[in-house]
Design a protein around this ligand. Structure first.
Ligand SMILES: Cc1cc2nc3c(=O)[nH]c(=O)nc-3n(C[C@H](O)[C@H](O)[C@H](O)COP(=O)(O)OP(=O)(O)OC[C@H]3O[C@@H](n4cnc5c(N)ncnc54)[C@H](O)[C@@H]3O)c2cc1C
Ligand code: FES
Length: 257
């Protein structure tokens, strides 16, 4: 897939809750083919001290309108600066980067588990996987209801379940405490997940024990985003792999977890 450097127009920058923003970026040229799990590497404008691009998963694409949406959670200086961008500004990004999740077969029953900003590729996958909504469950975990983002635009694509650590939305606890995970896992033959490493490790461990296909999307720190600087390397069972080019999506069986 050809990587392209695009000067996007920032169409919309909407604050979803305290730390999360939804950015809609319109491309002046047709958007290259994109799949869930792939990401864009964004140049942070007017910030000479932040010279490395910052990676963000693709949340959604409208190929007709040439719009890519990303979910940006404020973590440090780069993400904060990006959320301060004004509509009409230019946002430069390299797109698409990385390998996507494998798309499910028609007969699959899939469980998508997103934690924090890891919800972005899960929502995109729910939308384009092409399965009947009854065969798609989406389990979303956050610290509190105030960290949750509105998923109503995706509700039609699957059955949604929520956990919060403080019990303010859905089941109290982690995603791995939810009955969908603790009691109904045999209903699914594939698990896809993105979020904090500890969460994905806990999910991956159970998937391996139960022999369920499981793909995880790693969010190792990155710099170049296309396999040159080696700062994103993950030690896997088949050697050191660049998360930016060999991943970010890996089958959990390939990782040394
Ligand atoms: C493939 C991929 C997809 C991603 N998708 C999204 C997304 O859809 N939405 C989103 O909000 N974020 C996403 N991230 C994370 C996002 O790239 C980082 O939050 C961002 O680069 C942080 O930049 P910053 O300048 O704000 O923080 P910095 O000032 O660079 O760092 C602030 C603090 O966060 C730590 N940190 C920085 N990056 C990471 C990281 N990747 N993992 C763990 N700790 C980190 C630093 O060590 C530091 O302590 C993704 C990361 C990767 C690798
Ligand atoms: S980020 Fe440079 S090699 Fe992966």
């Amino acid at each position: 897939m050809r990587k392209t450097v695009i000067d996007f127009l920032l169409l919309d920058n909407k604050q979803l809750n305290k730390d999360n923003f939804l950015l809609k970026l319109r491309s002046p040229i047709p958007v290259p083919e994109l799949f869930p799990g792939q990401f864009i590497n964004v140049l942070i404008k007017d910030a000479s001290e932040i010279f490395l691009r910052r990676p963000f998963s693709i949340l959604d694409v409208d190929f007709n309108k040439q719009i890519i949406s990303i979910l940006v959670k404020i973590l440090g200086r780069g993400s904060k600066k990006l959320t301060e961008a004004k509509e009409g500004e230019t946002i430069n990004a390299i797109v698409p980067l990385g390998k996507s999740f494998s798309l499910p077969e028609k007969s699959d029953r899939i469980l998508l588990i997103g934690g924090g900003s890891g919800v972005a590729p899960m929502l995109f996958l729910s939308k384009i996987c092409g399965l009947a909504p009854s065969n798609v469950s989406v389990l979303i975990g956050a610290r509190s209801i105030s960290d949750h983002i509105d998923i109503s635009a995706y509700q039609a694509y699957g059955q949604f379940h929520f956990t919060t650590e403080d019990g303010t939305l859905g089941e109290k606890g982690f995603v791995t405490n939810h009955p969908v995970f603790t009691e109904k896992l045999e209903n699914y033959n594939k698990i896809y997940t993105c979020g904090p490493n500890q969460m994905m490790k806990a999910i991956g461990k159970v998937a391996i024990e139960k022999g369920i296909f499981c793909e995880v999307s790693l969010e190792n720190m990155m710099a170049c985003g296309f396999g040159v600087c080696l700062c994103c390397v993950e030690d896997t069972k088949t050697g050191h792999k660049c998360v930016c080019t060999d991943g970010p999506v890996f089958n959990v069986n390939d990782l040394k977890w």
